[in-house]
Design a protein around this ligand. Structure first.
Ligand code: NAP
Length: 209
């Protein structure tokens, strides 16, 4: 039987002494983080899961969007966010978010793009993501948020210490997978917490054993 803990009260693993890389992401029941063309409008943005998950993962919305919604981005578990170019580019150009997470240190991995105007606070790098994460883990700081997407997550899979899935009650059928292509190499994770909401969203948290 899986116990239901109040989401806000079991913050223990967010207070580890080591600096963790946490892949915190919304995912469909069939394992997609977006549709084939980047669609994400089927993820639930209303319901009883919203407030407690935000409290736990405060700061994981773009600064401007959080401010417009009256949400504080202060005192969250992360001080750094990692994105692949495709994830970063979601904020361009329609949403006009060249520096989406201004309240975090933003690192975007790309081998072929340069930052647009307004992205001066964003660090674009073609460095090896694994070496970058290992160097970041040696620094002092809060946990590191791996925002996505699946391509970058596949490269960083063995560096992920915590996996936090907002599993949405929807089947996509096709799309961008939680992890891009990898070798078959089963790695057991340990359950750190689970919370089922009436909305149908399940917050499932795992840690590397
Ligand atoms: N559901 C969620 O919570 C969530 C969260 C995040 C993202 N997403 C979705 O995920 C989608 C994007 O995912 P994705 O898998 O297509 O792409 P991605 O992982 O965001 O970005 C891939 C790009 O990152 C760069 N990159 C990857 N590996 C690299 C390396 N080793 N060194 C340097 N650069 C590297 C390359 O950019 P260049 O081509 O520029 O070299 C590559 O094309 C978007 O639709 C987004 O909305 C969903």
């Amino acid at each position: 039987m899986i116990e239901q803990q109040p989401v806000k009260s079991h913050l223990l693993w967010l207070e580890d002494e080591v600096r963790n890389l946490t892949y915190y992401v919304a995912v469909s029941l069939d394992g997609y983080i977006a549709g084939p063309h980047g669609e994400f409008d089927s993820f639930l943005v209303e319901g009883d899961h919203m407030e407690p998950i935000w409290e736990r993962y405060r700061g994981t919305a773009p600064t401007q969007i959080a401010e417009a919604a009256g949400l504080s981005v202060a005192d969250g578990p992360f001080d750094t966010v990692l994105m692949g170019w495709n994830t970063y580019a979601v904020g361009l150009p329609d949403h006009h978010l060249p520096s989406p997470y201004q309240h975090l240190r933003q690192i975007v991995f790309t081998r072929s793009h340069e930052g647009p105007a307004g992205s001066e606070a964003v660090h674009f790098t073609s460095a090896d993501p694994v070496a970058t994460v290992r160097a970041l883990k040696k620094e002092d700081g809060k946990d590191i948020w791996l925002c996505g997407g699946g391509t970058l997550a596949a490269v960083l899979a063995d560096e992920i210490d915590r996996l936090a899935l907002k599993i949405n009650p929807v089947l996509f059928g096709n799309g961008i997978p939680l992890f891009g292509a990898r070798e078959y190499a089963p790695a057991m994770l340990e359950r750190a917490g689970t919370h089922a909401f009436d909305s149908g969203v399940l917050l499932a948290e795992y840690r590397r054993s």
